[in-house]
Ligand binder design. Structure first.
Ligand code: NCD
Ligand code: ZN
Length: 368
């Protein structure tokens, strides 16, 4: 029996506690977009998380510290309580990223990671990396100054089966890269396969991985359930049930290499319900509640705080948040749509329910 299997085999708790108090969690992989969408998007994350690693795949991408600072200011301007939510900025790695830019990013204290997008794999990845050799001097500088590399781990090779892209990227690109830059801190983002779980678990301690709520809750059959479900299409695409179970085993197993990253990625409803439809699932409106559902189903609610609030902070060398967040085991309804600038988006579980709620919502209901 592997560690994953043992975690899954733990009997579900007979009566899950009605409330769960956590150190305020952080989201280590988040897409906030830009004006005119920012205010509609960021409020959901700010309600739940103390900090978030903000992805740089805007158009044009956030390739310099100056752009990251300006983007941070636009985000902060949308926050009702700027002191309660801290955006941790990232740079978008390109063939032009210089070692000097890396050093400036580190010195700024504002940039906490640099994102590697293989060209052609996901939203706005066309400015990304086609050959890791293009970015070797930047990677060496990151290794030297201690700036983590955040990796979209999918092979851009069109000849590779869509469901094998993560495994092929690990074998052909990530494994050699980690060996060559042996002190570089690396986060393999949005793990989607048992292969990725095993790879991260076996890698050195400075290699971690984020896991989304949707990859924990669904397998690829959900995309075709009763017809094509464009709002469940994301990169990397959902995988088999055996992969989902390996992910649940990883996050509930207590290993500090695995931490929370929603990859909440909003797109306008019209961009999702079109051909080709854009990749990305929006979960920010119920993010920590969805993770609680998954951990409760696995009988591992006692492991949620470490995964959501402690492991990621330790990996990034930051203290845990001092504030707390209280969840209550009571379902709440998810609207069919949410505002998104001049349009709307379709949130995860649209028209359905989520089994956990923020306690704040409970006290507001009581006050009505
Ligand atoms: C993300 C987006 O839309 O920005 N999409 C997604 O499906 N996850 C980009 C990404 O993280 O791949
Ligand atoms: Zn992402």
């Amino acid at each position: 029996m592997t560690g994953h299997d043992r975690a899954l085999a733990r009997a579900p708790q007979v009566a899950a506690p009605a409330t769960l108090v956590l150190t305020r969690p952080d989201d280590w992989h988040l897409h906030l977009r830009d004006e005119p969408y920012l205010a509609d998007v960021v409020r959901h994350s700010a309600e739940r998380f103390g900090r978030a690693i903000v992805m740089p795949n805007l158009d044009p991408p956030v390739t310099t510290t100056a752009r990251a600072l300006a983007y941070r200011d636009r985000i902060v301007a949308c926050l009702p309580r700027p002191e309660a939510f801290r955006p941790l900025m990232t740079l978008y790695l390109t063939a032009e990223t210089s070692p000097a830019e890396i050093r400036a990013a580190k010195q700024s204290g504002v940039v906490h990671g640099v994102k590697y997008y293989p060209v052609g794999t996901t939203t706005h990845s066309h400015h990304g990396v086609s050959d890791p050799e293009q970015v070797s001097t930047a990677l060496a500088a990151m290794e030297e100054v201690g700036l983590p590399l955040l990796v979209h781990g999918e092979s851009p090779d069109a000849g590779v089966d869509a469901f094998d892209r993560e495994a092929v990227f690990i074998d052909r690109t990530l494994d050699p890269l980690i060996r060559r830059f042996s002190h570089l801190r690396v986060v393999l983002e949005h793990l989607s396969t048992a292969r990725a779980v095993d790879f991260v678990a076996a890698a050195p301690p400075h290699v971690g991985g984020t896991v989304t709520a949707h990859h924990l809750l669904l397998n690829r059959s959900a995309i075709f359930d009763g017809g094509l479900r464009p709002h469940l299409y994301c990169a990397p695409v959902l995988k088999r049930e055996s992969d989902r179970r390996a992910l649940v085993g990883a996050v509930t197993g207590g290993n500090p290499k695995f931490f929370l990253g929603t990859d909440s990625a909003p797109h306008a409803r019209t961009a999702k319900e079109s051909s080709p439809g854009r990749a990305g699932v929006f979960t920010a409106h119920a993010a920590i509640e969805l993770y609680a559902e998954c951990f409760a189903a696995a009988g591992a609610l006692d492991r949620l705080e470490a995964f959501a609030s402690l492991h990621g902070a330790a990996f990034y060398g930051l203290p845990p948040n001092r504030e707390r967040l209280t969840l209550v085991r009571r379902s709440h309804s998810i609207p069919e749509t949410l505002p998104f600038g001049d349009g709307e988006l379709v949130p995860f579980r649209a028209g359905g329910t989520v089994e956990w709620s923020l306690a704040r919502a409970a006290s507001q209901e009581g006050a009505r």
